[in-house]
Design a binder for this molecule. Structure first.
Ligand code: ZN
Ligand code: ZN
Ligand code: FE
Length: 751
């Protein structure tokens, strides 16, 4: 803000000073009423691109008789409330300099200014200035410090300001760590795999048009079928292989520059002699692709007229944390990368690329909220004492509430992996320091085996607030939209521990941040083998078959799904027949798995959600049919619910599905399955509305990444007069759950 304030004060003839204090920007302005009026109006209206003004207040004070307008240095004394900006993609001005052979920053990979560049990822401590970042090791040369000190320069007080004379430098290393001559670009053109140090971590890069090279990367990385993201040289290149609408394009080109998941083209456009994108190797079984544009100067330098699209995948080994240091990269990526493009600016806060998509109604949906967004706060509709929400097990992020702002951490991944857990603990310390709070109120999931839960329970002198998983999903939507009145919630996800000790996952809830009631759920199915089922969709199909047809169903399952081994089927049969005390589940994710396996789309799931994603991908576009289902009032398997539950039963569907699959394609069957869920959920919500008179519905949970379900259900609910809310600021999946946990705990301790 300071340069903006300074320039504006000069323009308006206002005298005084501006100061970056820890509690925000303080301005002392002296002038005529008219001058001050103009000054204060433009202050907010013409704020610079990266400024995020959350509040602005003014009061009259005695004049100090200032003769000029000056910028005062930071005090660093008061409580720290100024937040760090997320990292921002290179701005058009810097890009122009980067590509201008006459500019002193021509082809300089660390070009930045006050409008762009690294922030969060280089910060060690607050208040934010160069000495407290990993740029501290690079004293500015006279030219750079001239820019830094000139209030009229674009680099005035740009903390990471640098140039080829004084700033960080690139080095190209071979697999053994020895210095290499030449350019990374020419290695990439030869089909080699290059580890590239980016803003928040290392990527592995390879020519995305070279199928053999992409395949080699997949093999070396021992990556399951999970899709790789790609980085295209520019929008035009990206549009050759992906369908990119205006809103999607504007997100890709924005300063936040996330990976945007878009439809891939069936027929690609490429110029003569150029190979099409290696789609089968990049995103097997999916009709969508994650695309980003170069967001650092370094990335721009990787491309040229010929090389226009790279696979850019996070350089981590099978669910381990993102690699951030040069040594670690050389060590852990030996045998994967053929070369390393590194530099000497340290990454202080690891931060993955954010991944978003545009839903059917052009609303933003996060798969992963990280670079470009973290640590920007999400405003809550009320203020509270400091709260820490520990988050879930998979796709973990934690959340800290200070006053009326919720600060979600970056994505830590699966905390069951010890190294991720270590990063999580470290990240929590950093955030607490950054926010200058030490929360004594700690929210956590009910699941006793989640690492985050165990950690929360190990804290001394903290008040613990256990929050049921699906209630937290619901509250995450309420928090983002500032909803404080009770709402209905339909939460569809993989799994979460329920209040009755069963594994929930398709729940109709009613409540707010103070209380929540379960009104209905998908009919319970046995869940023999627990979490194993998430990786073995054929097992869930067999469970459903057994439920509908008994022993005969198991034989049918074994015939249809070769993935289900004879031994596994027999053991399952034994477990199901002796189901005295076994775990039950109402998981919607596992239902998708079961249908996907039953239709022969995907019977084993190397990554969670693969079977469901592929089932969505094959679904026929134009198909209105659906299967039968029933919604019954019941109180099965659970004593804790006061009201009769709406039990959504799909046993009639399985009969019809088995029948239909004999004559109809899996594509049509898949679409009918989706249509069935849309109808069944809408009808159940209608009953719930009649039961409790609530007209607002929130939809959350990871299953709502399914766009057919999300769009279909939103449409039908709106037609029936419901007000529908979805997650737009945090992921609907477990990556956003800590916001909900935080909101519920914060409500109990609101001020
Ligand atoms: Zn810039
Ligand atoms: Zn310099
Ligand atoms: Fe969940």
């Amino acid at each position: 803000m300071r340069p903006h304030v300074y320039r504006l004060a000069r323009d308006c003839q206002v005298k005084g000073w501006v100061l970056n204090s820890a509690s925000g920007v303080q301005i002392h302005a002296e002038g005529s009423a008219e001058e001050l009026e103009h000054f204060t109006r433009s202050l907010v209206n013409d704020a610079p691109p990266l400024a995020l003004i959350t509040s602005c207040s003014q009061k009259e004070v005695a004049p100090e008789g200032m003769e000029d307008f000056i910028i005062r240095t930071s005090t660093g004394e008061e409580a720290i409330t100024v937040m760090v900006s997320p990292d921002m993609a290179i701005c058009p001005d810097c890009r122009a300099e980067l590509l201008d052979p006459g500019n002193r920053r021509y082809a300089y990979a660390f070009t930045n200014c006050t409008n762009c560049g690294p922030r969060f990822t280089i910060i060690r401590d607050l208040p934010y200035d160069r000495a407290r970042t990993s740029m501290a090791e690079f004293p500015m040369c006279p030219d750079c410090s001239q820019e830094y000190q000139d209030p009229l320069d674009r680099r005035f007080h740009a903390q990471p300001n640098a140039c080829p004379v004084c700033g960080p430098r690139l080095r190209l290393l071979d697999a053994g760590g020895g210095e290499m001559k030449g350019e990374a670009r020419s290695l990439l053109k030869r089909g080699l795999i290059v580890a590239v140090k980016g803003l928040g971590g290392f990527h592995l890069a390879v020519d995305a048009r070279n199928a053999e090279a992409v395949q080699r990367l997949r093999q070396r990385k021992r990556r399951d079928a999970r899709a790789f993201a790609v980085m295209a040289r520019d929008l035009a290149a990206a549009r050759g292989f992906a369908v990119i609408g205006d809103v999607e394009a504007s997100w890709m080109q924005s300063a936040r520059a996330p990976i945007v998941v878009v439809k891939s083209r069936e027929t690609q456009f490429c110029s003569e002699g150029v190979s099409p994108l290696a789609c089968r190797e990049i995103h097997p079984g999916l009709g969508t692709i994650g695309v980003m544009l170069p967001y650092t100067p370094l990335h721009h330098l990787l491309f040229d007229e010929v090389l226009d699209v790279l696979v850019m995948t996070s350089a981590n080994i099978s669910d381990e944390p993102l690699i951030i240091s040069n040594d670690e990269a050389l060590d852990k990526l030996a045998g994967i990368a053929d070369a390393f493009l590194v530099h000497d600016r340290d990454i202080e806060n690891p931060c993955d690329d954010s991944v978003v998509t545009l839903t059917g109604v052009n609303k933003l949906q996060f798969f992963r909220r990280a670079r470009g967004f973290v640590p920007q706060a999400i405003p809550l509709p009320f203020a509270s004492q400091p709260v820490l929400a520990a988050g879930p097990e998979m796709k973990n992020s934690f959340c800290i509430v200070r006053d009326d702002q919720a600060f979600l951490s970056q994505h830590w991944g699966d905390l069951n992996h010890y190294l991720n857990y270590e990063r999580y603990l470290e990240g929590r310390k950093r955030f607490q320091k950054m926010l200058d709070v030490d929360p004594r109120i700690v929210a956590h999931d009910l699941h006793p085996d989640y690492q985050a839960t165990r950690w929360a329970q190990s804290l001394a002198e903290c008040q613990l607030i256990p929050v049921q998983h699906h209630w937290a999903h619901m509250a995450s939507v309420m928090a983002e939209h500032g909803l404080s009145e009770p709402v209905l919630g339909l939460i569809c996800d993989g799994t979460g521990l329920g209040l009755d000790g069963q594994i929930w996952g398709a729940e109709i809830l009613a409540g707010d941040c103070s209380a929540c009631e379960r009104l209905g759920h998908l009919d319970y199915q046995p869940y023999p083998g627990g979490d194993l089922n998430a990786r073995r969709p054929c097992r869930m199909a067999a469970v459903h078959c057994y439920g509908v047809w008994g022993e005969e169903g198991l034989r049918l399952a074994a015939r249809r799904m070769p993935e289900l081994g004879q031994e596994e089927a027999e053991l399952l049969g034994w477990q199901l027949a002796n189901n005295g005390k076994q775990l039950m589940t109402s998981s919607c994710g596992r239902l998708f798995d079961a249908v996907s396996a039953f239709l022969g789309v995907c019977g084993s799931n190397p990554y969670e959600g693969q079977a469901a994603a592929q089932l969505e991908a094959i679904a026929a576009q134009q198909e209105g049919g659906f299967f039968p289902y029933s919604i019954e009032a019941g109180n099965r398997a659970s004593g804790s619910e006061s009201r009769q539950q709406l039990i959504m039963k799909l046993s009639p569907m399985w009969e019809a599905l088995a029948e239909a699959s004999r004559s109809l394609s899996p594509a049509v069957c898949s679409r009918r399955f989706h249509n069935t869920l849309v109808r069944m959920f809408a009808e159940s919500l209608e009953s719930a509305r009649q039961l409790c008179g609530l007209n607002r519905v929130v939809l959350s949970g990871g299953v709502f990444h399914n766009q057919i379900l999300l769009a279909g259900l939103s449409d039908i609910l709106k037609d029936r007069g419901f007000e529908v809310f979805t997650n737009q600021a945090v992921p609907p999946g477990d990556g956003g759950i800590s916001l909900g946990q935080a909101a519920i705990a914060a409500w109990q301790h609101r001020l």
